[in-house]
Design a binder for this molecule. Structure first.
Ligand SMILES: Cc1ncc(C[n+]2csc(CCOP(=O)(O)OP(=O)(O)O)c2C)c(N)n1
Length: 941
């Protein structure tokens, strides 16, 4: 090793000299003398990179610059310099190794069972040093906050920084400023003992967490509660985020979490009354008796509340959560985004999301990756989410070795460059420190950050599970392991911060409070339903009437909106095809007829925006439209500058956000659903590329959209646009799986429509936001029909006094009602095939009736139509196979309608494709045959 008479030659100036020589060499190898040239050329990549770093990190002291020409430098012995440089380079490599991999030897597992390492990369001996080098000073140019240090000191600093109870992963981050910020936080920190009051506060928080679970265990032994035990440090982490966040300007947190520790977070963090939780344990309802809904188990419930922190009020809202792990993630993100919009928080510093995760779920569920991918996108970013993985090193009965291929559960977050802070949950002060740093990072860089809280699960998966069946050794260790509170209390007693008596008194006080609440729970009755407050104030439970809403718009206003749609700024170079399309639209608007599907949609949105309603629409390629029908965003053909005509309809209008989403369904639908939960005054639309792809969002549809109101009293007005229709495009581009949505329909939970007229589409969209309640709306939308003349409407069909039609009765002149031999009922595109085929036969004794809204099923309106045709038989015609489409849903309902009428028909008959495993054929000719056949069958005499 470079050790010349035990003297260190590489002083700061000399290092600067070498760095400068190296810089010159990089510019021009011939600018340095031959021996230096050889030396620099032989440096490996790492060493070269290391030397480059001598120029100084961005946050460090600037490297003392020494001009190579300086007489002092010229006199330095070149060999000595080279040896000293090698020392520094090796030290620097060691430092870099710790920055990258120090976490691998960090003391993270409270149980000490996670045996890892040793890792040769973290051993100074791997860098050519020996024990005899330990006390030699090496120039390290302020890298660890020191200009030079002995190897022994360097190793000590590195181990304290990177291998203590905190392990930091950040070298994957590509933005130097972010890396440097983290490096500075950790490498330059001295960890003075926390002030006594804060330490007592941490102990209080741990005491509250532990005591609450013990109390529940004692009072409700064996009842599932998915206790926090083993992960009590989560609570001081949350407190630290709350306090630091508040200092840094956050006034609202939206929180998502799974079952584990949820009751503790509900009560001890968000402030749900203990009495309410005890009452739920006693089997009582969460909501007042008169409120509808199915309710949910107590460890799924959400709540919200205000906390006073340092004289400021911070609003906390914990989202309700289904069992499906991680499904709540995008929902929380959407809520955050909506709340930022409502507050005008353009910087995204006032509202932040906190997501907690289990280790197995975070590694296993694709929704985690989908949600992370949203984090830095213009249309979805929320200024960074603080993630906490409650890493209890087990998932139900599955050990990490079977739960993931990645070393840590957190690795998926590296994909979005999130820093990852691993921390030992049995060191609550380290946990608090990390929570504060994570919050600061989020506020500083507006990016996601992950805390990987290493802990354990004291009991089985739930309290009545026996964990020793599958992890006997781990659970033997856990049985012997004192609680985090006990360990921390021991530290504080040893440090003289508290004495044993105070520790005991803390617990006793808390239990006394719980006892009082337990007594209060006996008479506890929720006095008001937890909904329709805040942003929802003024909205009501849906009424039982026809709910038309005020959807018609004065024709003048429609024309004003229309002008906005077809006008672009002076000098904007339109694509010639788009220019022609805009001209055609202008002509239709002027004529007041021939308004196609996309124009009706644009008019609905534009009029809402003009009236002050914010509209948000996302989906894959939604700006243009999958079928090139929408062109809501226009692009200058020379500059690619974007222009969104709907945003230029009227001065002072509300904005229209139109967003091309990532190629995700569950993540994006979850996000938009979340948005709709937080902001009922925004019309939120999501569009599937083709309807069947929405099945990737099935969990969000099942667990939130269709059941959220029943389970949690949470309304949503989200619109899902699902392109649907049998056009010979094969199994995956035909069916939006109408049957799936209809199967979910009950208790007035959603609305399902399959529309055939542009005007009806216009009204359906406006109706969504012009009524005093919110319901999710699923619309099966056309594809080839988008430009078809048949679906176009007149402007006056959208005018004042017009409204949505749930059923469209026969609109052609046919035989008198009593001579009609058959009524063919249908929904959606097949109607037009039927019209054409009927015209071809010239049969005037068949009436065609369109059911535009399948749910809520229009019993009365349909009854009024069918009553007219006393002698007709009833056929339900659909394109979908018999086991799919609306048939199984409408069959009995039509029967019910008929039963109440004075008509001959008693039941509908089916005309459509035969039962099938795959929704549609991939062979075009077969498609045509099938389609012709089913239409003929529907009309046949
Ligand atoms: C999507 C989904 N699959 C399976 C389950 C069943 N389940 C409930 S908890 C659990 C284990 C979760 O492990 P982890 O994420 O580590 O959290 P922990 O329970 O250990 O806190 C499983 C598999 C579920 N709730 N959700």
């Amino acid at each position: 090793m470079a050790d010349i008479d035990g003297t260190t030659f590489l002083t700061g100036n000399n290092a600067g000299f070498i760095a400068e020589l190296y810089a010159r060499f990089l510019d021009d190898p011939n600018a340095v003398d031959a021996s230096w040239r050889r030396f620099f050329s032989e440096l490996g990549d790492d060493a070269a990179e290391a030397l480059a770093e001598f120029r100084g990190p961005s946050w460090g002291q600037p490297t003392p610059r020494l001009i190579a020409e300086s007489p002092a430098a010229q006199k330095i012995d070149a060999d000595a310099l080279r040896h000293a440089a090698i020392d520094s380079i090796c030290a620097l490599n060691l430092i870099r190794a710790y920055r990258v991999r120090g976490h691998l030897e960090a003391d993270l597992d409270p149980l000490g069972l996670d045996k890892r390492g040793p890792y040769p990369e973290l051993d100074y001996r791997s860098y050519g040093f020996g024990e005899s080098d330990l006390d030699r000073e090496i120039f390290i140019n302020n890298l660890l906050g020191r200009e030079r240090a002995t190897l022994r000191e360097i190793v000590a600093i590195l181990r304290a920084t990177y291998c203590g109870t905190i392990g930091v992963e950040y070298m994957h981050i590509q933005v130097p400023a972010e890396r440097a910020w983290i490096q500075e936080k950790f490498e330059k920190r001295s960890r003075p003992a926390l002030a006594a009051p804060l330490r007592k506060q941490i102990l209080e928080t741990l005491t509250a967490a532990e005591t609450f679970e013990r109390f529940l265990d004692r009072r409700y032994t064996g009842t599932k509660r998915f206790g926090i035990e083993g992960a009590e440090s989560l609570m001081p982490a949350l407190e630290a985020i709350l306090r630091r966040g508040c200092e840094l300007g956050i006034c609202e947190f939206v929180i998502g979490m799974p079952h584990r520790g949820r009751l503790n977070v509900l009560a001890n963090f968000v402030g749900k009354p203990f009495a309410a939780i005890f009452s739920e344990f006693q089997g009582n309802a969460t909501q007042p008796e008169h409120v509808h809904g199915s309710g949910d188990v107590k460890y799924h419930l959400g709540t919200s509340g205000d906390r006073e922190v340092g004289g400021q009020t911070v609003h906390l809202s914990l989202a309700a959560d289904p069992s499906h792990l991680e499904a709540v993630d995008p929902v929380v993100l959407g809520k955050v985004r909506a709340k930022q919009y409502q507050r005008g928080d353009g910087e995204r510093t006032q509202v932040a999301g906190i997501l907690m995760h289990g280790d197995a779920a975070f590694a296993g569920q694709g929704l985690v990756a989908e949600s992370l991918e949203l984090s830095d996108l213009l249309g979805f970013c929320t200024g960074g989410t603080i993630h906490i993985i409650v890493n209890n090193q087990i998932g139900f009965t599955t050990s990490p070795s079977a739960a993931r291929s990645s070393p840590y559960p957190s690795d998926v977050a590296k994909g979005v460059q999130a820093p990852i802070f691993h921390v030992n949950g049995d060191d609550p002060e380290a946990v608090v420190e990390i929570a504060r740093v994570a919050t600061e990072y989020r506020q500083q860089f507006k990016k996601d950050v992950v805390i990987d809280l290493f802990c354990y699960r004291r009991h089985g998966h739930n309290e009545s599970d026996e964990p020793a069946f599958t992890q006997p050794l781990m659970y033997r260790a856990i049985a012997r392991h004192p609680t985090t509170r006990q360990i921390y209390a021991g530290h504080l007693v040893a440090a003289g911060v508290v004495d044993e008596a105070e520790v005991a008194a803390m617990a006793t006080r808390f239990v006394a409070g719980l006892e009082a609440q337990f007594e209060a729970a006996k008479g506890y009755r929720p006095n008001k339903a937890d909904w329709l407050e805040g942003a929802w104030a003024g909205l009501e439970e849906a009424s039982d009437d026809d709910r038309r809403g005020d959807t018609g718009v004065a024709v003048d206003t429609l024309r004003e909106a229309g002008r906005g749609l077809v006008t672009v700024p002076e000098g904007f170079r339109l694509n010639p095809k788009i220019a022609r399309q805009l001209e055609a639209k202008r002509a239709a608007l002027d004529a007041g007829e021939g308004i196609d599907w996309a124009t009706a949609e644009a008019l609905a949105i534009a009029t809402l925006c003009a009236e002050g309603t914010h509209v948000r629409m996302s989906g894959q390629d939604t700006g243009r439209g999958t079928f090139s029908q929408r062109h809501a965003v226009l692009f200058d053909q020379e500059t690619e500058e974007r222009y969104v005509p709907i945003n230029h309809v009227r001065a002072g209008q509300a904005p229209f956000e139109i967003i091309d989403s990532p190629l995700s369904e569950a993540g994006v639908v979850g996000f938009e659903y979340g948005y709709s939960l937080a902001d009922p005054s925004t019309l939120v639309l999501w569009e599937a590329q083709f309807g069947d792809f929405a099945n990737g969002a099935q969990v969000i549809v099942d667990q939130f959209l269709s059941s959220g109101e029943a389970k949690w009293l949470r309304m949503s007005g989200l619109v899902m646009l699902l392109p649907h229709g049998y056009e010979g495009q094969g199994p995956e581009h035909s069916s939006a799986r109408v049957e799936r949505y209809l199967q979910l329909c009950a208790e007035d939970n959603v609305q399902v429509c399959n529309l055939t007229s542009a005007a009806n589409y216009f009204h359906a969209l406006r109706r969504q936001i012009r009524r005093n309640f919110r319901k999710p709306l699923v619309i099966f939308t056309p594809k080839s029909l988008l430009r078809a003349k048949e679906v176009t409407s007149r402007l006056d069909e959208m005018g004042v006094g017009t409204s949505f039609h749930r059923v469209i009765a026969e609109s052609d002149a046919i035989a008198p009602d009593d001579q009609v031999r058959r009524v063919v009922l249908c929904s959606g595109k097949v109607y037009f095939d039927l019209v054409k085929a009927r015209a071809a036969t010239g049969d005037e004794r068949v009436a065609l009736t369109r059911v535009e809204q399948l749910y809520p099923f229009p019993f009365n309106t349909l009854g009024k139509v069918l009553q007219r045709y006393r002698n007709a038989e009833i056929v339900w015609c659909q394109e979908e196979p018999q086991n799919m489409g609306a048939w199984n849903f409408v069959d009995r309902r039509i029967e019910e309608v008929l039963a109440g009428l004075d008509v001959a028909a008693k039941r509908p008959r089916f005309a459509g494709r035969a039962e099938a495993a795959s929704p549609a054929t991939g062979l075009f000719r077969r498609h045509v045959e099938e389609q012709t056949h089913l239409v003929a069958e529907a009309l046949a005499a």
